[in-house]
Ligand binder design. Structure first.
Ligand SMILES: [Ca+2]
Length: 335
């Protein structure tokens, strides 16, 4: 991942963050704290806004170009040291630069403040916690993908969304133009309601539209959750094509996120066909720690979460087996 321009990732007013416990008290005594590396790991933050494997989608960690570029140079202090490695290829920043990060500032700044609150009380009710965003019945944080014909409409629903503190929720749906491939406006009816309707433009055939749900609670500080729906616009949408968009083409086990983690992490995997699935976690000695799945599952995309609060720090492995096809990946628990 390229070194990003130094950006103001945590823009916190002195009057509030410095009064939030011992972590706030040692925070730099200024309104804008410059921070350049934090956005890199914010790509992995499981807030529902983006797929961490797809850095071009854009989220709290900013947005990268969809294709790798040759010869992206490092910071000025690296002058001349990159050239011997030519040609090398990296995902570079988009032309929007740091504004691809700062557009989400209310979300990550308030999250940062809430974490300070979590660190000073063991009473759950004394701090705010993130709402949980559900879209069209999907309770995971995965990016959803659907197909629709030009000129049609797509009904979405955030019914079932909730807040663990009982806060009231506000809904905002918007067209996130930058990562998609349709450069005009997309009208969304009832865009502050639970059930909006996306009007797919009649000239958008072949395009990809990214629709974001931003769910915000009424707590203090107000916290956000997101979901993303990618609409693939196709004039030839048929039942078969819709099905092929939803059903993965290959067996895939994604890297867990966050990673390293403490104590919770999430796994996503994709089954191209109905399979008998086991999903097991092993420690570094090869001892089985837990079985998360052991059943027949239909083709589709799956999401699992694991809370490792009862386990010691260290390297673990997670293993997906689908009808004998096996894939294993490594992860790190840091307590
Ligand atoms: Ca809340």
């Amino acid at each position: 991942m390229p070194k990003k321009k130094v950006v103001s990732c945590v823009s916190i007013e002195e009057t509030h963050v410095q009064s939030h416990g011992p972590l706030g008290a040692v925070y730099p005594d200024r309104k804008w704290a410059t921070e350049g590396d934090t956005p890199s790991f914010l790509h992995l933050f499981p807030n529902g806004l983006n797929n961490p494997d797809e850095v071009w989608q854009g989220g709290w960690g900013g947005r990268f170009n969809r294709e790798k570029k040759a010869g992206i140079r490092g910071m000025s202090c690296m002058s001349g040291e990159d050239a011997p490695y030519d040609p090398y290829y990296m995902y570079g920043n988009t032309s929007a630069g740091a504004s691809d990060i700062s557009r989400w500032s209310n979300g990550y700044n308030n999250d940062f403040q809430a974490r300070m609150d979590w660190s000073i009380t063991s009473d759950y009710s004394e701090a705010n916690h993130h709402p949980i965003a559900v879209v069209n019945g999907d309770v995971t944080k995965q990016v959803l993908e659907v197909s629709a014909a030009p000129g049609s409409s797509v009904d979405l629903s955030a019914a079932g969304s909730s807040d663990p503190d009982g806060d009231s929720l506000s809904y905002r749906w918007f067209y996130y133009r930058d990562p998609g491939t349709y450069n005009k406006t997309v009208r969304i009816d009832d865009r502050t309601n639970i059930t909006p309707t996306v009007n797919v433009p009649s000239d958008a055939d072949g395009s990809e539209l990214h629709i974001i749900l931003e769910l915000r609670d009424s707590g203090d500080p107000s916290l956000y959750a997101y979901r993303r729906v990618i609409i693939h616009v196709s004039d030839n949408t048929s039942i078969e094509e819709l099905k092929s968009d939803i059903i993965p083409k290959t067996l895939k086990l994604h890297q867990n996120y966050p990673n390293p983690f403490n104590p919770e992490t999430a796994f996503n995997y994709e089954l191209p066909y109905n399979s008998f699935v086991t999903f097991k976690i092993y420690d570094v000695l090869g001892q089985q720690v837990i079985t998360l799945v052991d059943e027949k599952q239909p083709a589709g995309k799956y999401h699992l979460q694991w809370n490792a609060s009862d386990f010691p720090s260290g390297i673990y492995f997670y293993n997906l087996d689908a009808d004998g096809f096996t894939e294993m990946k490594k992860m790190l628990l840091i307590r």
